[in-house]
Design a protein around this ligand. Structure first.
Ligand code: PEP
Ligand code: MG
Length: 588
């Protein structure tokens, strides 16, 4: 008697939490690997038939992609554009002609011929250093998968065809897949690859679907038919959960639902303290698609729009018109609430493949952000004109990153004047009262904040970089991450100094680094007198709840007392104790 194969046991995988929430259900494996083809040939008489079959598979693939693209109504959206690229690949004469030649000359069967062409293409992508082009390999694989499945007469699994509630398991999801999630019954998804800012993660967040990405081997470990639990907040995926685990997570799901409903009530309320001090809570966005979730979370505006994302994942530079259309969309959505557009911050760890940046020993301190803009004025000015033009469609504010002192600020303002003059000449309108501010994220700017405050309309403290430069700790180096201390007395003194300098000059001071969205710090930041906090949209309701339960006067006293400590650990201990005492229902 054959030994029974034991069913694999429950398995817990850890990945990157991409979108909060808990999903419990059956798994659905969405294969996006190229189906296996074997070397096979056909007789001479069958060659015409083979070529015709290949063209039929191409036509069918085009039909399917066209239908998916039509379901994405906004031609400006990333989805639509990427699907257009996929469609163009199906018409690529090199791919089509080479496949037909291999069929006719080598008598290959169509799938083998097409597979050969794809493999050659994928290999050449591997050798390319340009990350943009390397990423395009994924497009080729996705298209290849579709054509080969159509050639074999297999149905191409699609999210639209999923009729029951399932947790999707995939190596990666293509834009064609994510475009279909909105009206599907998908409960959540788990992928091998991806990061917090990958396309899939962003879509999940904006649709409010739980997701865990970067699991590395979820597709390897998943067995068809498995039950799956997905915890998008903890970044955990459990395959083949025991009944006890399912019960445990059903309770967690219920508690999560209550928490979200409770928090949603706060989204609509103002962030006003018990003694009537109002704080503005703004959202940070990277893509215009995130405006929906920002509005739903109760954002009073956009405090940081990282426009460099417009430059990523593409081969050409965005045109002035494209900048303008994108900013206009966001400005209109927010009406009279401010939308703070930061001029692009490329360089450092954010690079764009279409701009030749020199290899630098020390990119974080190199030619990045405003320094790069002042060198490449045409690229800079195109963006400035677009921001100015968009300013008539809402309440747009403009902000420069990485300003180190007065000289640099004045140079940037001079380019804005040139951009305005050009628009006047073109008779294109812009808001004459547009507010221009700076990020204070370089220690030198913090030290001369009193001088800078006289020449701008607002400050926004970029703690991610301010901490990196003030403490000399590379923000992306995991070996020194233990030294990255937002509560270091030097950082708190810098924050206080910047706020005081801003207020002495009568301008508002915001904070838009990650520190602003961390509930543990909300009370302390209120105490330091910040006027606005800008954060990941989903953090807004929780920070609002804390602010609404706080007393600004007492928070100020407390913040001053924390400045008497000499070490971050002591400040953290004092802060945690205070927060636990004041907000016993919150977990920090
Ligand atoms: C910062 O430095 O704190 C910031 C908000 O900007 P970025 O993270 O884009 O550098
Ligand atoms: Mg920064």
């Amino acid at each position: 008697m054959a030994a029974e194969i034991p069913h694999p046991k429950m398995q817990i995988l850890h990945g990157i939490p991409a979108s909060g929430g808990i999903a419990i259900g059956k798994g659905f494996f969405l294969s996006r690997a190229l189906p296996r083809s074997v070397h096979s040939t056909v007789s001479r008489e069958k060659l015409d038939e083979e070529v015709a079959a290949f063209h039929r598979a191409l036509a069918r693939s085009k039909e399917q992609l066209n239908a998916i693209r039509d379901s994405v109504r906004d031609p400006e959206s990333d989805h639509y554009q990427i699907l257009t690229v996929h469609l163009a690949l199906l018409d690529d004469s090199m791919v089509v002609d080479q496949t037909v030649r291999l069929i006719r000359e080598n008598q290959y069967k169509a799938d083998w011929a097409f597979n050969k062409v794809l493999q050659n293409l994928l290999e050449s992508f591997h050798r390319i250093e340009d990350p943009y082009l390397r990423e395009r390999a994924n497009d080729v694989r996705q298209i290849g998968h579709r054509v080969l499945e159509n050639l074999a007469g297999n149905p191409v699994d699609s999210i639209a065809s999923i009729k029951e509630p399932v947790v999707v398991i995939a190596h990666d999801l293509s834009p064609a897949d994510t475009a279909q999630i909105l009206n599907s019954s998908v409960l959540g998804f788990a992928t091998d690859v991806g990061s917090k800012t990958s396309h899939t993660a962003i879509t999940a967040r904006s649709l409010g679907i739980p997701a865990v990405v970067g699991l590395e081997k979820v597709t390897e470990e998943y067995v068809p038919g498995d039950g799956v639990i997905l915890d998008g907040e903890a970044g955990v995926v459990i395959l083949r959960p025991t009944p006890e685990k399912v019960r445990e997570y059903q309770d967690k799901r219920k508690a999560y639902g209550h928490k979200i409903r409770d928090l949603a009530k706060f989204a609509r309320l103002p962030a006003i303290t018990r003694d009537n001090k109002t704080l503005k809570l703004h959202a940070n966005i990277e893509f215009p698609e995130e405006t929906d979730i920002a509005l739903r979370s109760g954002a009073d505006g956009i405090g940081l729009y990282r426009t460099e994302f417009l430059f990523l994942n593409r081969k050409d530079l965005p045109s002035e018109e494209e900048h303008y259309q994108t900013y206009k969309l966001v400005a209109e959505r927010f009406g009279q609430h401010p939308v703070t557009i930061r001029t692009f911050d490329l360089g450092g760890d954010k690079f764009a493949s279409q701009i030749e940046l020199a290899d630098e020993m020390n990119p974080a301190m190199g030619l990045r952000a405003i320094r790069f803009c002042l060198k490449e004025r045409d690229i800079f000015k195109a963006q400035l004109r677009a921001i100015l033009r968009a300013s008539v469609h809402g309440k747009v504010r403009m902000m420069f990153p990485m300003i180190s002192g007065i000289g640099e600020l004045r140079s940037a303002l001079a380019v804005v004047e040139e951009a305005k003059a050009e628009l006047k000449k073109r008779r294109q309108p812009y808001d004459k009262e547009i507010q221009i501010g700076i990020m204070v994220e370089i220690p030198s700017a913090a030290v001369v904040a009193d001088l800078l405050a006289r020449e701008v309309k607002f400050f926004s403290i970029g703690t991610n970089d301010l901490i990196q430069y003030a403490l000399a700790i590379d923000r992306i180096n995991e070996h020194v991450s233990y030294l990255y201390e937002p509560l270091h007395p030097a950082i708190l003194r810098l924050i206080r100094r910047i706020v005081e300098a801003g207020h002495d000059a009568g301008i508002p001071v915001s904070m838009c680094g990650e520190m602003a969205g961390e509930p543990l710090y909300s009370y302390l930041l209120l105490g330091f007198g910040l006027d606005e906090l800008s954060m990941n949209a989903t953090a807004i309701p929780r920070v609002k709840r804390i602010i609404r339960k706080s007393n600004a006067y007492e928070a100020k006293e407390f913040a001053s007392s924390m400045l008497l400590h000499g070490m971050a650990v002591d400040i953290e201990r004092g802060l945690r104790k205070k927060m636990d005492d004041l907000f016993p229902d919150e977990k920090f």
